[in-house]
Write a protein that binds this ligand. Structure first.
Ligand SMILES: [Zn+2]
Length: 349
């Protein structure tokens, strides 16, 4: 079967190639790939900056944002042939740490977790893949190809859960939320915020184009100013850019008793003119919390699948802006200015 593979940490090694049928070790359920979303992590792996091949192998099958159709559910899996499913990405570490032991692999303490398509387990960019039924999540069949948005939606679902968990520390009735960054994560965070009945604001750099239109379609307000220039103090900020200046301004701008949830992963950049002590003082004097959030466990996967099933298709559909064939995977990985979510489509739906 055809698969998109890469030799991790070696740039320029990604290729579409023939590989053996999926290994039974990866699970009793056999799935036909429909589509796989691409994100910054995939691009980093292809650029040789990240990634681990499975033990004893040199190449890794890429892809962690899956959507597939069950070919063979295997024995007593609870799934049936034709079900649309998405594969959970992370597996608990083998020790296991206390969090992995209770199913909170998203909160793994020792870093020895593994991840499909990223860390030591083959991913989903192959014509067929196998999965353990307990790590497959059924998606609403009416979502069609939009089911490929489930993995990014789980990241958002966990971020919202973190915000609400922090909010429980005192009396708290959040009215408005600012989402920084109108990429797939930011737009899904905004959509779920609107579904929660909040007054949602989205901030990004562009002044026109599909992102601006989509924010309006979601029912949120678009801003192209800086965070510092905003005319209000948000109760919640969900930070999805990973950009230093945006993060610093978010921490200074959030209202008293507010929560800043960091989901973007950046690196380096210029110093932003706010000292750590100043940023910390802003948090201390207003009882604010800055919380980081990554990955998701099965509860988030289930909640995200419910949220997607109930989300309006008018704003979900425009999130998938480009579909490429597997042979054009390099084109899929190269960012174009109007891209939101690009997917590699393996079969029709
Ligand atoms: Zn662990």
């Amino acid at each position: 079967m055809k698969a998109i593979t890469v030799e991790p940490l070696k740039p320029g090694t990604a290729r579409l190639e023939d590989i053996p049928e999926p290994d039974l070790l990866n699970g009793s359920m056999l799935v036909e790939a429909v589509a796989v979303g691409v994100c910054g992590t995939d691009a980093e792996i292809v650029e040789g900056k990240y990634g681990w091949a499975p033990p004893g192998k040199t190449r890794l099958v890429l892809g962690h944002e899956s959507l597939g159709r069950v070919i063979d559910p295997g024995p007593a899996s609870g799934f049936k042939k034709g079900d649309l499913v998405v594969g959970i990405v992370r597996r608990p570490d083998p020790v296991p740490c206390p969090n992995c032991a209770v199913g909170e692999w998203d909160m793994c303490r020792n870093g020895q977790y593994t991840e499909r398509g990223i860390k030591q387990i083959d991913g989903f960019m192959s014509e067929r893949w196998r999965i353990e039924p307990e790590y497959a999540m059924k998606v609403d069949p009416t979502l069609g190809i939009l089911g490929v948005l489930l993995e990014p939606a789980t990241v958002v679902t966990k971020a919202w859960e973190m915000v609400l968990a922090v909010g429980q520390r005192s009396f708290w009735e959040p009215q408005n939320v600012l989402v920084t960054g109108a990429g797939p994560i930011g737009l899904l965070a905004a959509g779920i915020g609107v579904m929660r009945g909040l007054d949602v604001h989205v901030l990004d750099r562009v002044t026109s184009g599909p992102k601006v239109d989509l924010v309006k379609a979601i029912g949120a307000t678009y801003h192209s100013t800086t965070v510092a220039e905003l005319g209000f103090e948000p109760d919640v900020i969900i930070e999805c850019t990973g950009v230093g200046i945006v993060i610093a301004q978010s921490i200074m701008k959030v209202g008293a008793g507010g929560v800043v949830c960091l989901t973007g992963v950046g690196k380096g950049g210029a110093a932003v003119g706010a000292s750590i002590a100043d940023v910390a003082a802003a948090a201390v004097l207003r009882n604010n919390v800055i919380v980081g959030s990554v990955n998701a466990n099965k509860r988030h996967w289930y909640k995200a699948s419910e949220a997607l099933a109930h989300a309006k298709r008018e704003w979900l559909e425009p999130l998938v802006t480009r579909r490429e064939k597997p042979e054009n995977f390099k084109k899929a990985l190269a960012r174009e200015s109007d891209d939101i979510k690009v997917v590699i489509q393996f079969s029709d739906i």
